[in-house]
Design a protein around this ligand. Structure first.
Ligand SMILES: C[S@@+](CC[C@H](N)C(=O)[O-])C[C@H]1O[C@@H](n2cnc3c(N)ncnc32)[C@H](O)[C@@H]1O
Length: 375
C-alpha cells in the first residue's frame, strides 16, 4: 500500500497548509539533493587542505573537521536552513491537526468503539516510557514520541504520520514506498512457504508498517507495540479506519511480557537507529525469546553504517545527532550488529545482514534478519 494512504484520521489540509507543505518538501529536496553535496566540495577544496597544513599532513580528526566546517559561513547557512526546514515541517503539518483536534479525537473514539476491523488497544496507565524516548523530542517532533495529553489524545500519532510523509518526500524516498512491502518481498523470496500465524511489530509508531503486514497476512494475529499512549491511540484508530485488524499494546520492546515462542514473525521498522545500545541488544534478545521454532525476524532500518567511511563522511552524516535530536544516530551507525545478534543467542548460520531495495529513491533500506531452527 502507498505510504500516504487516505483515511479518516488524517487532518484535512487547506490551501494554505498545502502550499506550506509543498514549500517544505521543495526546500528539503533542494537542501538534500543539490546543496548538501556542496559541503563535501567545500571540504575537499578549502577546509581539508588547511587542516592538513595545520596538522603537518596528518588525517584530520572528526572534531577538527567539525570545528573547521562550522567556521565556514556556507556550511553554517546550509545547516541552519536544514534545521529550519525541519522546524517548518512540524509547523506545516501541525496546523491542520491542531485545527481539527476535536474532530480527530472524536473519530478516534468512534473507530475504537466500533472496532470494525476487529483490532484492539491496550494502554497501561502505570507504564513509564523509557528515558531514551522522553529525554528529547526525537527529530524535533513537538512533544516527542511519548507525548500524552490525556484521555483520548492522538496528537503524537497524528504528527508522526503527517510529518513522516513530508520527511520521506523531502528525502526523496517517495510516495509509493512501503518499508513493510520490501520486508514482505524479502520474506516471500527467502521463505516462500512461510505463513505466519502471529506477528509482532516492535516500535510501531502510527502503525504505518503494522497495517500493511495485517493486510498482507489477513489470517494472522497481528500485534504491535510502542511506548507512547498518544501514538498508540492514533495507530489503533488509523488501523481500524484502514480495515486492518491489529492489536496495539503499550509495551517496551526489551521486555514485551508476551510468552516464550509466541510469534512466528517479529519485525521492526526504523526502530534500531532510535535505540541505545542497551535497548537494541535487549530488543534482539527479546526477539529470539519470542520466536517460535521455524519463526522469522526482520529488523529493517536506514542504511547508516560508519564502517569504512572517511572521517568527513562520518561528520557529515552525524548532522542529525547534533541538529535534529537523533541521540542514537551515531550509536546505530557504529553498532556491530553481527556481534549483537550473536550476543542475543542467535546462531550465525541463521542470520542475514544486508540491504533491501526502496521502491523510489536512491538509497536501499538496511535489515538484519534470521530464522529460528525448527525443533
Ligand atoms: C522511528 S519510529 C518507528 C516507525 C514505525 N515503525 C513505522 O514503520 O513508521 C520509532 C518508534 O519506536 C518507539 N520506541 C522507542 N523505544 C522503544 C521501546 N523501548 N519499546 C517500544 N517502542 C519503542 C518510539 O516511541 C517510536 O514510536
Amino acid at each position: 500500500m502507498a505510504r500516504n494512504a487516505r483515511h479518516e484520521m488524517l487532518a484535512q489540509a487547506d490551501a494554505d497548509d498545502v502550499a506550506r507543505q509543498a514549500f517544505v518538501v521543495a526546500l528539503k529536496q533542494g537542501l538534500n539533493r543539490s546543496v548538501r553535496s556542496r559541503n563535501e566540495a567545500l571540504y575537499e577544496a578549502i577546509v581539508e587542505p588547511g587542516l592538513r597544513v595545520h596538522a603537518a599532513g596528518a588525517d584530520p580528526s572528526r572534531e577538527a573537521i567539525r570545528d573547521a566546517m562550522y567556521a565556514e559561513s556556507s556550511y553554517r547557512s546550509w545547516s541552519a536552513l536544514a534545521r529550519g526546514a525541519q522546524e517548518l515541517m512540524w509547523d506545516a503539518v501541525g496546523a491542520p491537526i491542531r485545527r481539527e483536534r476535536d474532530r480527530l479525537e472524536a473519530s478516534a473514539r468512534r473507530l475504537a468503539s466500533e472496532r470494525r476491523a476487529g483490532g484492539s488497544l491496550e494502554l497501561d496507565p502505570s507504564f513509564e516510557p523509557p528515558r531514551g524516548v522522553t529525554a528529547m523530542d526525537i527529530h524535533l517532533q513537538p512533544g516527542g514520541y511519548a507525548l500524552d495529553l490525556g484521555d483520548g489524545d492522538i496528537m503524537a500519532g497524528a504528527l508522526y504520520e503527517a510529518g513522516g510523509n513530508i520527511y520521506a518526500f523531502g528525502q526523496g524516498i517517495g510516495r509509493s514506498d512501503s518499508k513493510a512491502a520490501h520486508v514482505q518481498r524479502y520474506i516471500a523470496t527467502r521463505w516462500p512457504d512461510f505463513r505466519p500465524r502471529r506477528i509482532l511489530d516492535m516500535g510501531c509508531s502510527a502503525g504505518s508498517a503494522s497495517v500493511p503486514h495485517a493486510l498482507a497476512f489477513p489470517d494472522a494475529d497481528v500485534h504491535a507495540i510502542d511506548v507512547g499512549a498518544g501514538m498508540l491511540r492514533y495507530a489503533h484508530a488509523r488501523a481500524e479506519a484502514l480495515g486492518a485488524r491489529v492489536h496495539f499494546h503499550q509495551r517496551d520492546c526489551t521486555a514485551t511480557r508476551f510468552p516464550d515462542g509466541h510469534f512466528d514473525l517479529v519485525v521492526s521498522h526504523n526502530l534500531m537507529h532510535e535505540s541505545s545500545d542497551a535497548t537494541r541488544r535487549g530488543m534482539l534478545r527479546e526477539t529470539w525469546r519470542l520466536l517460535a521454532p521455524g519463526g522469522v525476524f526482520v529488523h529493517q532500518d536506514v542504511p547508516l553504517r560508519f564502517a569504512g567511511l572517511s572521517e568527513f563522511r562520518k561528520f557529515e552524516l552525524s548532522w542529525d545527532t547534533r541538529n535534529n535530536n537523533e541521540p542514537f544516530w551515531e550509536v546505530y551507525a557504529n553498532a556491530d550488529l553481527a556481534t549483537d545478534l550473536a550476543a542475543a543467542g542467535i546462531p550465525a548460520g541463521h542470520t542475514w545482514i544486508g540491504h533491501l531495495p526502496q521502491a523510489e529513491g536512491s538509497l536501499p533500506w538496511f535489515a538484519v534478519a534470521g530464522s529460528k531452527p525448527c525443533e
